[in-house]
Every structure is written in structure tokens, then in C-alpha cells.
Design a protein around this ligand. Structure first.
Ligand code: CTP
Ligand code: MG
Length: 166
């Protein structure tokens, strides 16, 4: 899950500048995505996710870690792109429900990246998804994700990268 987990914190760290919606509004008069979704965050986050995935591919083979679920170039790209696409889609619906940028939206804020990554894998590489993410692994991901999310956001808040601790 590393290629899916890394893009969000890296986007928070390196994001900013031109928003993906270019400041435009949706038909309801509210922003399409909001100022929290930027091109720089998207590009930096996806590259970071792909980068850590390539390190995994290299390390698994260099140290013969065949017992660990193997990444492929495709799985790495789908996990990283899917994580931030999920985040983007989440923000789209967050705006439609009149929630301001940075406001709290429990469950969606935590699981957007998992949903986005898994939906992309389901579409483009279901074989990888079902062979690597077994039922116990999936349950573990569902438990681990909100815990990691909370911990990383508190750290981000303390070091002044995030404006809110969620
Ligand atoms: N970020 C970015 N580009 C992205 C995703 C995130 O630049 N595609 C940066 C933004 O600076 C954002 C921060 O990372 O404020 C934290 O991300 P997130 O919590 O997802 O955004 P929010 O500001 O909370 O906005 P939203 O309410 O839409 O989730
Ligand atoms: Mg947020």
C-alpha cells in the first residue's frame, strides 16, 4: 500500500499553486474541487508514490523477498494515481455537500485513497488486486488506514504543514 499511502502526505508537503479546477465553479456556484487540490500536489504526490513503488520492486528482487506481495510497474502506477484521484473525487463531492476546503468529512477523508486505488486496480489490473490483496490483507488495510491517516495528519499539523490535525 506504500505507493498509495505516500502521495497524500507528499501532496500536503509540496502542493500549492494553481488549483486543478483553475479556480472555476461548478453549476451549484461552489468550487469544483477547491484550493486544496493543486497540480503541483497531484504531480509531486503521484511521482512520490511511483518512486517508492519502484524502490519496492527493486528491493523485493535484490533481497529475494518473494514472500511479500510483489509490485509491478502497473500496480505501482495504479496505486499512486488512484490514491490522488480518489482524493480529488472526494473533494468534488465534499464541495457538492457544501463542506468548505479543509473541513472534516469522516470516513470519506480516510478511505478516499483506498477506494480510488482499488477502483483503478479493479478496472485495469484485477488479477493483481485479487491475488495480492487477500481478505485478511484487506481487513488489515481497513484497520490500518484511519490510524495512519490520523497519526500522519497530527504530525503534519505539529510541523505546520497542515492547517488542521485531520
Ligand atoms: N494538496 C494539493 N494537491 C492535491 C492534494 C493535496 O496541493 N491534489 C495539498 C493542499 O495544500 C491541501 C493539503 O495538501 O490543503 C492537504 O490535502 P487534503 O487534506 O486532501 O485537502 P484539504 O485542504 O483538506 O481540502 P478538501 O477539503 O478538499 O479535502
Ligand atoms: Mg483535508
Amino acid at each position: 500500500m506504500l505507493p498509495a499511502y505516500l502521495p497524500n502526505p507528499v501532496a500536503a508537503l509540496l502542493g500549492g499553486g494553481t488549483p486543478v479546477d483553475l479556480g472555476r465553479n461548478y453549476t451549484d456556484g461552489r468550487r469544483i474541487f477547491g484550493d486544496g487540490k493543486t497540480f503541483r500536489g497531484l504531480v509531486a504526490g503521484i511521482l512520490a508514490g511511483i518512486g517508492i513503488g519502484l524502490v519496492q520492486i527493486w528491493a523485493w528482487s535484490a533481497y529475494n523477498l518473494v514472500f511479500l506481495p510483489g509490485q509491478t510497474l502497473l500496480s505501482v502506477v495504479l496505486l499512486a494515481v488512484g490514491a490522488l484521484l480518489g482524493d480529488l473525487v472526494k473533494s468534488f463531492f465534499k464541495r457538492r455537500f457544501k463542506k468548505e476546503r479543509g473541513s472534516r468529512w469522516p470516513v470519506a477523508d480516510q478511505y478516499d485513497l483506498v477506494a480510488g486505488a482499488f477502483v483503478l486496480l479493479l478496472i485495469a489490473d484485477p488479477g493483481w488486486l485479487f491475488s495480492r490483496v487477500t481478505v485478511p490483507a484487506f481487513i488489515f488495510i481497513l484497520i490500518l488506514t484511519p490510524i495512519l491517516h490520523r497519526a500522519v495528519n497530527i504530525i503534519g499539523y505539529r510541523v505546520n504543514v497542515k492547517e488542521v490535525p485531520w
